[in-house]
Write a protein of this length. Structure first.
Length: 165
């Protein structure tokens, strides 16, 4: 299970290398597309994992991927807003590129979701979804001090009053 606190960037350690589908290409030609589905509302959000030095983030069996917090969603910019708080189901899809993965992702070179293709697959590098490599739960906790539900404790008084009619 993954965990983040709302308002902070997240470093996820996921077992994508252990489940990798397209092993014929180098790590520099693979990016990860996250699909997040909120358990209560059913809201679906997509986001590419960010890694400016992807090969430095790939280990023998797992990958370190960063997703940035933002008040607005930007799947191609690796930014996502995890409201409402609580549990989300996540799926990670492997995206393999015909050349080195681009540093700037757009609809022309990268699929927007697991059923999509790049708008212009003729231009290199173009990404292709190879399949799902991991799924699980994400728990998003509220930022301390800004909880949606707050409890107030009342101090008991030492004076007791008795009222009569």
């Amino acid at each position: 299970m993954l965990h983040i606190t709302y308002g902070s960037n997240a470093d996820f350690y996921v077992t994508t290398e252990d489940q990798r589908i397209d092993t014929s290409v180098a790590n520099s030609r693979i990016l990860l597309l996250f699909k997040f589905t909120n358990d209560m509302t059913g809201t679906v959000k997509y986001c590419y994992g960010k890694s400016t030095t992807f090969s430095d983030s790939v280990y023998n069996r797992y990958t370190k991927v960063t997703v940035d917090h933002s008040t607005g969603d930007n799947a191609y910019g690796s930014r996502i807003n995890f409201k409402p708080y609580g549990f989300w189901h996540y799926e990670i899809y492997e995206v393999s590129y015909s050349g080195t993965a681009p540093t700037t992702l757009t609809t022309n070179n990268s699929p927007a979701n697991e059923d999509d293709t790049a708008d212009d697959p003729g231009t290199a590098p173009a990404g292709t979804i190879k399949g799902k490599v991991e799924s699980g739960k994400l728990y998003v906790t509220e930022t301390s001090g800004s909880e949606q539900v707050r409890y107030t404790t009342h101090t008991e008084t030492t004076t007791n009053y008795l009222y009569t009619n």
